[in-house]
Design a protein around this ligand. Sequence first.
Ligand SMILES: [Zn+2]
Length: 221
Amino acid sequence: MYIVLLGAPGSGKGTQASLLGKKMNIEHLSTGDLFRAILADTEHLLYPDVQVIKEGKLVSDEVVNRVVEDGLRGERFKKGAILDGYPRTVAQAKALDDILHKLGKEIDVVIDLDVTKAVLMERLLSRRVCPECKRIFSVKDGIDFCPDCNVELIIRDDDNEKVIEERFKEYQEKTAPLKDYYMSSGVPYIKTKIDDVDITPAEVNQLILEKLDKTKPDKVG
Ligand SMILES: [Zn+2]
């Protein structure tokens, strides 16, 4: 089963991807991980194309698509994949359709984590991070020091209202065409609205699984 997960920064997309992956026994495909694996292997066919990252440069869409294709051809993703952070654009979504088509597969479902701005704002503004191990806490945890490192937790510079607002707006603008693309393509589209700041990742996961169960995409595996 091939799943595309959409969600704004701070929506808990990564957490949901790994929870879903475990429940459904499919691997989480992160482009970041794919890039890191290639960069660690100078013999890799795509190494010359991606090594510009080391110089702090961005790779082209074409290279990102090739990296994803290479990943999807691997044994790990034979049974399926949960894609998060890719595709980001309609062009990438079309490329992904082509890649899967070549492999005799298709997207089975798109899951849209639709977290309201109010929830994102409250969640991110209450975020505290350990400057040592980077572990993330919430003011709700009621602790001021990292239990592992014993250093004081801090607020990240970009966890402020203005930056969050901008990131949210940018996400909405960039993703709108992608959402339209998927909604008009006929692929099952699950929208999970999250407007309660106290909902836990486990509860969100449960919501998604219930909706998935109702959708029952037929091509599982
Ligand atoms: Zn720490």
